[in-house]
Design a protein around this ligand. Sequence first.
Ligand SMILES: N[C@@H](CCC(=O)N[C@@H](CS)C(=O)NCC(=O)O)C(=O)O
Length: 205
Amino acid sequence: MFTLYHSYWSRATRMLALIHELDIRDKVELVHVDLKRQDGSGAFDPRNPHPDHKVPALVHDGVTITESSAIMIYLCDLFPEAGVGVPLDHPDRGPYLAWLVYAVSVMEPVYNHHAAGLDHPILRATFRGVPEVEKRLIDTFADGRDYLLGDRFTAADLMVQSVYSWMREWAPKDDKVLAWIERGAARPSFAWAGEVDAKYAPAMA
Ligand SMILES: N[C@@H](CCC(=O)N[C@@H](CS)C(=O)NCC(=O)O)C(=O)O
C-alpha cells in the first residue's frame, strides 16, 4: 500500500496528477497535511513523515521516499504498464531521467533565484539562468515535437511543466513551448489534481 502526503497548491500537486496518469488512485491513500507556507500561514504537521516537514512524501510498505523526481521515477518504474515512464533498456531512458532531474535541480533553483532577485557569479556558474532554461526548452520543441521525448507524454513532461504551474507568466514566450504547456494542462490528470487541491484549499475571497 502507498500513502501520499500532500498539501494543496504545492509540489505535491504534480504527484496527484502522476497517480492519476498511472491509474493507481485506488492503491494510494491520500493524507492532506498542513505546511508552513511562504505567506506565513500554516504549521508543521506532526503526521508528515518528511524529515523537513515538506511535501510530497510517499510511504510504501513502511519506507518513506521524498523528492518529487525520486517519487516519480519510483512509481513509474513500479507501474510500467501505464506507459508514463521509460523502461531501463529504452534509448529514451537517459533523456527521460535528465529532464526529471533537471526540473528540480536546475529549473526550480533558477526560477527561485529569479523570484528572489538573486544574481551572483557562483549561482550563475552552478545553475546558469533563465535564458539558458528557456533556450533548452525552445530548442527542444523547435522540431515540432509534441512532448519532451517526442510523440508521447511521459512523467518528464508532467515534472517540467509543473515548474510553470505556479510561475506560468515565466514560461518561455515561444508558441511551441506554450502549446506544450497547454497540452499538459488539458489532461484529465491535471484537472483531477486541481479538484483534490480545491477540496482542501481555503475558500478564495
Ligand atoms: N525538492 C523537493 C521540494 C519540496 C518542497 O519544497 N515542498 C514545499 C511545498 S511546494 C514544502 O513542503 N514547503 C513547506 C516548508 O518549506 O516547510 C521536492 O521537489 O520534492
